[in-house]
Design a protein around this ligand. Structure first.
Ligand code: PGA
Length: 252
């Protein structure tokens, strides 16, 4: 057994208004008060102030779903890491496949964002994962290794041991189609091997690797019990407190 703490991270995507977000967190905090998992909610930017306030004194941590890598400047519509840090954000999700697909986020941008997040005292949750075509063509390993290798350029061993990677096969996101436990474990294992290759065994033992893609109460326990899976990045099932509670308390 590793010493890594299981993380249950919700990715709300573009869901919930600021008021709904606060109501949700107020309800969730008692439900997860005794959870052994680290509970994180990834909320829209405008929900952050209210959610940070509502989560005070609880064991819920707050993630943003994106950031810009520059500290400030002429980037209309963007949000910098110092802005997020000042609001009390702990984690920032970067490189999600939806951002890559709809907003042209590249591995190089993910790398710059990771740098900026760490420089501002927050932790990146770096997403990676293959498309259905890539899986069918047998290039999952190459693709994921490429994504993570570029994302981690210039990141030190000390920094790498704190970050979180989320393996999310694109074909499993929002489709109800979960990767089998073996498929998820295999790729999370490949990522851990890569981290060992890039840094050391020690960093590979410390870094947390989540699985994402149709995680639900019915499959969380089995997935999170795998040796290389340290929790989940949860979309749809994180929007209802009942299901997210069950995922966070999967071992209760
Ligand atoms: P899903 O989304 O759980 O709804 O499949 C996961 C994600 O996109 O992070």
């Amino acid at each position: 057994m590793s010493n890594r703490v299981i993380m249950a991270a919700g990715n709300w995507k573009m869901n919930k208004t600021p008021r709904e977000a606060v109501e949700f967190v107020n309800d969730l905090k008692d439900r997860v008060a005794n959870s052994n998992s680290e509970v994180v909610v990834g909320v829209p930017f405008v929900c952050i102030p209210g959610v940070v306030e509502a989560a005070k004194g609880s064991n819920i941590k707050v993630a943003a779903q994106n950031c810009h890598w520059e500290p400030s400047g002429a980037y209309t519509g963007e949000v910098s890491c110092s802005m997020l840090k000042e609001l009390g954000v702990d984690y920032v999700i970067i490189g999600h496949s939806e951002r890559r697909e709809y907003f042209a986020e590249t591995d190089e941008m993910v790398n710059k964002k990771a740098r900026a997040i760490l420089d501002n005292g927050m932790i990146p949750i770096i997403c990676c994962g293959e498309s259905l075509t890539q899986r069918e063509q047998g290039v999952t390993k190459e693709h994921v290794r490429y994504q993570i290798k570029i994302a981690l350029l210039g990141i030190t061993a000390e920094e790498a041991s704190k970050i979180v990677i989320a393996y999310e096969p694109i074909w499993a996101i929002g489709t109800g189609k979960t990767a089998t436990t073996e498929q998820a474990e295999e790729v999370c294992g490949i990522i851990r091997e890569l981290v060992e290759e890039l840094y050391s065994k020690d960093v590979a033992e410390k870094i947390r690797i989540l699985y994402g893609g149709s995680v639900k109460p019915e499959n969380a326990k089995e997935l999170f019990a795998m040796p290389n899976i340290d929790g989940g990045l949860v979309g749809g099932a994180s929007l209802k407190s009942d299901s997210f509670e069950k995922i966070a308390n999967h071992d209760a």
